[in-house]
Design a binder for this molecule. Structure first.
Ligand code: TYM
Length: 331
């Protein structure tokens, strides 16, 4: 059996980038009977940026419902809130003592976020990758399916695991980041050189998986492409068109090569409309399920409780193993 672990922050909206780059991959991995899958809402990470309490609460419930609506099965996999399993924060503290300040200072995301939130460069923002390492290492994960932007954090989790194992022997499984073949970095619809991001101030740049069909169509129709007319896959020279082809490929399950042939002689406008329609179609069953689930708070909380208990059992075992190795008195 292989253990798969990943997580998403319940901040802002879930974007098409999150879905294509990560959650869709989790769903596919869950279908493999050789995988034991564990997926978290990384709600401890979320407060590294200041959150409005009511909105944060609403987002967390909404993201949990979305994960289930997108096909994560709380009976088959473990789907839980990070904040419900105390061992994450505990292990993060221990790992802090095996992580160098210099390593954290070099993290690209820390540098970016420090610039964006210069009025609130809190310790959590800097320590974020250590908490993420704790998430992954608690569950002895072999593979961590993520988008490209999280690879650096997984590298540091590997480094920390190897460092601890080097001191105490076999404590942690050393995880490997895995990327989707197509869609590991979905780009902004307004600036195809930048990643599609939920924190982008321009809402036209990203698709929320809960956007109405009309909004989705409008955003795709206004997607930035280039001044040529040829539809071909060339991320370097034609990032906008290539991004649309990538999204369309995932939404239709057709290869990019086949799509390029299909669009031979057609215009960018056709590609934009066809991509918008395919995305609406792809998201439709999830939206129906979501609308049903979000009204059933009792069910969602019951799932969250039960799944947190299953997660905790695994996490405690790992934490005890590490504490014992460090030399703590166990009672
Ligand atoms: P987050 O919440 O920013 O994003 C969740 C997942 O979505 C991927 N992603 C994308 N993939 C492709 N194209 C995009 N435009 C795009 N935008 C986001 C991210 O790479 C990620 O896989 N720190 C993490 C959450 C986390 C975590 C973990 C992940 C906490 N603990 C342990 C893995 C393992 C984060 O903020 O992801």
């Amino acid at each position: 059996m292989k253990t798969i672990y990943s997580a998403i922050q319940p901040s802002g909206v879930m974007t098409l980038g999150n879905y294509i780059g990560a959650v869709d991959n989790w769903h596919q991995m869950q279908a493999d009977p050789n995988n034991k899958c564990i997926f978290a809402l990384a709600d401890l990470h979320t407060i590294t940026v200041r959150q409005d309490p009511a909105k944060f609460h609403e987002n967390a419930m909404s993201f949990y419902a979305l994960l289930l609506a997108l096909g994560l099965d709380p009976k088959k996999s473990i789907v839980y809130f990070q904040s419900h399993v105390q061992q994450h924060a505990y292990l993060a503290w221990l790992l802090n003592c095996y992580t160098m300040v210099g390593e954290m200072n070099r993290m690209t995301q820390f540098k970016d976020k420090s610039q964006k939130h210069s009025d609130n460069i809190n310790m959590g923002l800097m320590d974020y990758p250590v908490l993420m390492a704790a998430d992954i290492l608690l569950y002895n994960a072999h593979e961590v399916p993520v988008g490209v932007d999280q690879l650096q954090h997984i590298e540091i989790a590997r480094d920390i695991a190897e460092r601890v194992n080097g001191i105490y022997g076999d404590i942690f499984t050393v995880p490997k980041g895995v990327l989707k073949k197509v869609g590991a970095k979905i780009m902004s619809l307004q600036d195809p050189l930048a990643k599609m991001s939920k924190s982008d101030p321009n809402p036209k740049s990203f698709i929320s998986v809960l956007d109405d069909d009309a909004v989705i169509m409008k955003k795709f129709k206004s997607a930035v492409t280039d001044s040529e007319t040829e539809i071909r896959f060339d991320p370097e020279n034609k990032p906008g068109v290539s991004n649309l082809l990538t999204i369309l490929s995932v939404a239709t399950k057709k290869s990019v090569d086949d799509l390029v042939k299909e669009f031979d002689g057609l215009m960018y406008g056709h590609l934009k409309v066809r991509t918008g329609e395919a995305v609406c179609e792809m998201l439709k069953p999830m939206k129906q399920e979501y609308n049903h689930l979000i009204k059933d708070e009792a069910y969602l909380l019951e799932c969250a409780r039960e799944n947190a208990a299953r997660a905790e059992a695994i996490a405690q075992e790992t934490l005890d193993r590490f504490k014992k190795a460090i030399g703590y008195v166990m009672i």
